[in-house]
Design a binder for this molecule. Sequence first.
Ligand SMILES: [Zn+2]
Length: 503
Amino acid sequence: MKSFIKKAGAAAAVIALTATTLVSASLSFPAEAIAAKEQVYSGKAPKYIFMFIGDGMSYPQVTSAMDYLGVMSGTGKVESKDLTFTAFPVVGSAQTFDSSSFAPDSASTATSLATGKKTLSGVINMDETKTVKYETIAEKLKNQLGYKVGVVSSVNINHATPAAYYAHQASRGNYYEIGLELTESKFDYFAGGDFLSRTGKNKDLKDIYEVAKEKGYTVINTAEEFKSFNDKSKKLIAITPTPADADSMSYAIDRKAGEISLADYTKKGIELLDNSKGFFLMVESGKIDWTCHANDAATSVKETIDFDESIEAAVDFYNKHPEETLILVTGDHETGGMTIGYSGTGYSTYLDLLARQKISFKEYDKKIAEFRENKASFENVMEDIRINFGLTLNTSPESANTKKELILTDYEVERLKTAYNQSMLDVSEREVNPYDSLYSEYEPLSVTITHILNNKAGIGWTSWWHTGLPVPVYAMGAGQNLFSGFYDNTDVFVNLKALTKVN
Ligand SMILES: [Zn+2]
């Protein structure tokens, strides 16, 4: 997307090494692998480390965003445009399976990235017996090298991925306990979505905000406080002033002018963490996963492009400190079984159709609740669907001026009618079958609209859950070459440990 990335600095360039011959050893012999990697990396430890994690972001999520940008550039050619991070000089692939499954969850995969250990789905930084705790790379850098540490997420700040940098819990669902661990982490900067379960499951425990203040944190949740905050001597927890679904940050596609973005939180993190000893900043785009669970490609594409803007902020910093900075961008697993190519469109794709979508599936759920309330007719709802998604009945007056791919077939109209009928019912009256139903736990009409629009665009989905696709690992800066090749997600930790020489 941007072409301002300077070529990797000399420190990074001198370590053209044989990483690919070493990585396979790390699965069974991590200690030897780390020693071997330390030997081949003779540069200084990267002083500024960025770890960007797109939750649910694998090759299809990245590539669909690149292809969308290419199509929307308007040349009429089949072309794909780089995002900032896809232009990084090094890329590798990481396998993501955990101790439970080849379709792993975010707790175990983030544990692998943060500690180099495999564990069960749902477990955060503990072993398979749920008795042994693992120290994370962020804790090591803080405790041993005095790095400042920041953790940013577009979802709840005590959700699985951010938690995997500071918490140690047998279950990712222990939100209150994870929140307590956050306040005990001594990390310097937290920002993003609000805490889940701030006062415990039964709402009878001390508010995490209060606990955090007692531990010396400043807790803010207004835009004014956030913009003016610049005291580097204080530890900050910045909560989104505009909580969206489940108190996460808004999807990029829905964000209003003036709302704080993930890039804003990233920039503030860089500002506050920058110091002579160094820093580690983890930034998660957590809702690529949420929208791919719901099989909404337009929202995924916009979310991935938005994630790239936060990475641009890190690249700006890298350009000032190219010898001492390392930026990593990866995913934790793939979500949705997204494909570019769909049986219904043969070898053709029409990704520009995704631009017709104006609103996320989640925001559209709210509109559907209003339709249900007002007992809106199918025809009225279809007119709203035309405005927000472009999908048009062939009987509508607008159909003559609509791109032919957006005109609904009889079969698609039938699917929408069935989903509309379901969505007009109370949730308790609907048929539910979480594993193979047409709609999973989602609003039937919302996900039917996005399925139809996506399929018309040439995008397919196979799951409401995670899949076993490997994830790309993009790297730029000091130590970048360790991240080339095909390896296990635990190697991301192994490499960081080797580069920084922490114990
Ligand atoms: Zn997920």
